[in-house]
Design a protein around this ligand. Structure first.
Ligand SMILES: Cc1cc2nc3c(=O)[nH]c(=O)nc-3n(C[C@H](O)[C@H](O)[C@H](O)COP(=O)(O)OP(=O)(O)OC[C@H]3O[C@@H](n4cnc5c(N)ncnc54)[C@H](O)[C@@H]3O)c2cc1C
Length: 476
């Protein structure tokens, strides 16, 4: 009998387990245990349902352009549970100069692809627009070195594009400081576009044209850019466990020690329980993985320790729809740091995903903290509620008392990909070659999004299975 132990029951660990499950059939000599330190499987993914409201504590959707999450949902039998964003309310707003201003139509991430809406938008000043158009003329960067998002955007499109779009929209997704975050690890498509087309605007227009030309040949994409599940992302977590009947899922199983043995690995829990494994997949946050590997692989541990995490908090508020003072006609808004507000972004959840609030109610979700305002995320729940309600009053004119306000604090939860992150990960993976049978998965490495974590969890499972097969060809 061969054994794989997975440490960490977030989406990366669960995807690892589900992939291993597909190789365990009657008579196979493989067993697998997943050890989760808390009583909750899913890690950052956590859905709460209350009185018809579906409330996400952490992530609320995933991007459909990266296929791994949709593929997993299909394999788990959740295809008919997938749901997209409301096609009737796609505007996103930026809070600037005391007003909510619509993002101009045709903006692809931050690159203008339609002339008129861009020329007419009050979001940018005339000098700001002219500077953005300089992208058409500026030569491309010649070397392959990494740079920060801020340096990249400033170089190609100027300061205003950075402060009004890239900082709140792009750095906001990562809750990061744009001056520190790596462009090549977070938005590699911008780097590729510059390399291939020199200009981001010309590159986006060329891609749009190619997509239009191919659209008649390709079946239409049934998915919106952001997808979720009808009863929340927790459905994916529950189904991953249910559809992996041969995996032993152990909760409340906090791993405190990993030891290398002559053959395989020794894993110990806080409570003294221990087990041996032929292969190990460690799918915990980077800082935890660093501690667990300190004695075995100190070089990897040191590199892992240099990956930073910042704190954020989500504050979800429900209101009665009748008499609610805002039309909520859109997906929500983002706030540039220069506006000096507590809210980083606010999703009008009941407009973006209408099934998340029962009939007759609306729901908003505010995001605070991150690298630029981490102290805010560390405040107590009552203070957070007051700060957010003050901002909602001043930004959206909301004076009503919410019927509920749920504050979820994500202490040191958001991983930061700083400049040269990918070189660091290459070094970690190279060092791991010295430890056959040890595999890493999760958001610390090559992508923070749910599809990235599912993909690298699945790859970690495949590497572990291959490794065991090498030792024992009849295994699976
Ligand atoms: C607030 C927030 C909002 C986000 N929004 C989105 C979004 O909308 N869309 C999107 O795609 N991504 C989003 N992300 C990112 C995404 O949710 C995460 O990157 C992803 O869920 C991480 O999964 P993971 O399995 O790598 O790690 P985790 O979810 O952190 O799982 C790690 C698991 O390891 C366990 N563990 C830790 N220590 C031990 C130990 N010693 N022994 C055993 N178990 C241990 C933990 O309890 C946890 O369950 C968001 C993240 C945050 C924090």
């Amino acid at each position: 009998m061969k054994k794989i132990i997975i440490i960490g029951g977030g989406i990366a660990g669960l995807a690892t387990a589900f992939r291993i499950q597909s190789e365990i059939n009657e008579g196979s000599n493989l067993e697998c245990i997943l050890l989760e330190g808390t009583d909750h499987f899913g890690g950052k993914i956590s859905t709460e349902k209350s009185d018809g409201f579906v409330i996400e504590r952490g992530p609320d959707s995933f991007i459909s352009q990266k296929p791994a999450a949709i593929q997993l949902c299909k394999r788990l039998g959740l295809e008919d549970r997938l749901t997209g964003t409301n096609p009737g309310a796609p505007s996103t707003f930026v809070y600037t100069g005391g007003k909510l201003v619509t993002m101009p139509d045709g903006l692809s991430l931050m690159i203008p692809t339609k002339f008129l809406p861009f020329a007419m938008t009050p979001l940018f000043s005339l000098p700001g627009k002219i500077r953005m158009a300089f992208d058409l003329l500026i030569p491309k960067k010649l070397d392959n070195s990494d740079e920060s998002l801020a340096s990249f955007v400033r170089r190609r499109m100027g300061e205003e594009a950075l402060s009004k779009m890239a900082e709140p929209m792009l750095a906001g997704i990562y809750a990061s400081d744009p001056e520190k975050m790596s462009i090549s690890s977070t938005f590699p498509m911008f780097v590729e576009t510059e390399k291939k087309y020199r200009s981001l605007i010309l590159g986006m227009l060329a891609r749009k044209k190619a997509m239009l030309m191919n659209s008649s040949k390709r079946p239409t994409n049934p998915y919106s850019l952001f997808m979720t599940l009808k009863d929340g992302l927790g459905e994916m977590v529950d189904a991953s466990i249910k559809k992996s009947p041969n995996i032993q899922f152990k909760s409340g199983a906090k791993v405190s020690y990993i030891g290398k043995q002559k053959e395989g690995w020794n894993v110990k829990l806080d409570d003294g329980w221990e087990s041996q494994a032929d292969a190990l997949v460690v799918a915990t946050p980077g800082s935890v993985t660093a501690k667990l590997l300190q004695n075995i692989a100190p070089d990897t541990a040191e590199l892992l320790n240099s990956i930073h995490y910042v704190s954020t908090a989500t504050i979800t508020l429900g209101f009665k729809k009748e008499g609610f003072s805002h039309s909520l006609d859109g997906f929500g808004f983002v706030v540039p740091k220069t506006e000096g507000r507590s809210i980083l972004a606010c999703t009008w959840t009941s407009s973006k995903f209408p099934h998340r609030a029962p009939k007759g109610y609306v729901m908003l979700r505010c995001y605070v903290g991150g690298a630029l305002q981490e102290d805010i995320a560390e405040k107590d729940p009552k203070t957070l509620e007051n700060l957010v309600r003050k901002d909602l009053h001043q930004i959206m004119g909301i004076t009503e008392t919410p019927i509920f306000c749920k504050v979820f604090k994500n202490h040191k939860s958001n991983v930061q990909y700083h400049v040269d992150h990918s070189a660091k990960i290459d070094a970690i993976m190279e060092d791991l070659n010295n430890f056959p049978g040890l595999f890493l998965a999760g958001s610390a490495y090559r992508g923070i999004g749910i599809p990235d974590c599912i993909q690298n969890g699945t790859l970690a499972a495949e590497s572990a299975l291959k490794f065991l097969n090498g030792k024992s060809p009849q295994l699976v």
